[in-house]
Design a protein around this ligand. Sequence first.
Ligand code: ZN
Length: 413
Amino acid sequence: MTVDSEPTCRHCGAPLKLTLVDLGLSPLANSYVPPERAGTPDPRYPLHARVCEHCWLVQVDDVVPADEIFSSEYAYFSSFSDSWLAHCRAYAETMTDRLGLGPDSLVIEIASNDGYLLQYFVQKGIPVLGIEPSGSVAKAAEEKGVPTLVEFFGTALAKRLAAEGRKPALIASANVLAHVPDIDDFVGGVAALLTGDAVYTVEFPHLLNLIDKVQFDTIYHEHYSYLSLLAVEEIFAGAGLRVFDVEELPTHGGSLRVHACLNGASRAEGPGLARVRAAEAAAKLGEAAGYQGFTRRVEAVRDGLLDFLKTAKSEGRSVAAYGAAAKGNTLLNYAGIGPDLIAYCVDRNPAKQNTLLPGSHIPVRPVEALRADPPDYVVILPWNIRDEVMQQMSDLAAKGTRFVTAVPEIRVT
Ligand SMILES: [Zn+2]
């Protein structure tokens, strides 16, 4: 797909004529800039989220060369918070009980990272297999006792594993489905690995929350798809899968965990399915009306933040940001905010410190920079961890620093 030709749906091939929001030209959200490249403008690509009016898959144009996405995506290291690990441990407990998993079962996770999830099944004596394309991360998993295949998941790998006689009782994946460019090949691979009543669970940020809470800053090039239950049921059905239950989770600003099985499996429908279907129908996610008007709400968020920053500047107040996250970069670049309005951004990840944010070129510093010279305002870019950050920074609040989030509207505490 190129910018000039009419874009088509990556699932069903229908022409994409309905815009959710066009965020203009934006650099890759995870490509942090070394200081020596400060004078060079970053490559920018169209960031345009569109809606398929046939299968209702919301998607961004696939316009970035794959090797650039690959190199930037793997520049970032996931660091797992205590709350996320607790979420994973609880999942392992629940699924072990629900499916009666034991020493003869197999659990596979796709995009298993450093074994953060599968370690909890290993602790229960349940055999596991991780699939993870990044070799350095997979090595960390092996050290935790999580056997890991260093490969990309898709139909070809799934068929090979099935031919080897691997029969998982459970396949899990969290926060990867939205990031695969060929979603049909991925879901087809899951179907090829399932047998009998085996279950696939998949977690993804819920499109309903993105729209409701104007979370447009979660849109970036590496995030190809923005998923509703409606679209997921359609895509899964095309691969011979049936969704039988859905859970609503608070993670990432509101996620879904979908439980699916083969069409012919005997799994009974859970209560979450009707509830989430009804919520999406009420929000008109199966009609163009559910998506129209989003752009206007995005512009209001942008204008609210710009007004706040310009007023702060005119009053001589100092402003810094917290969290060099992908979502912050989408927001800053769309709003055209640079170091004149936000002097610097702090981050706990040493790999990001002493770089510049892509596009905006706001310098990234260690968190201690805030304590060395407390600013008047700190804009928390990853709004989903607002409470956690304010707790960590309570000593700054005591000195008069105030905390700000911009989505879904300006909030100053
Ligand atoms: Zn479609």
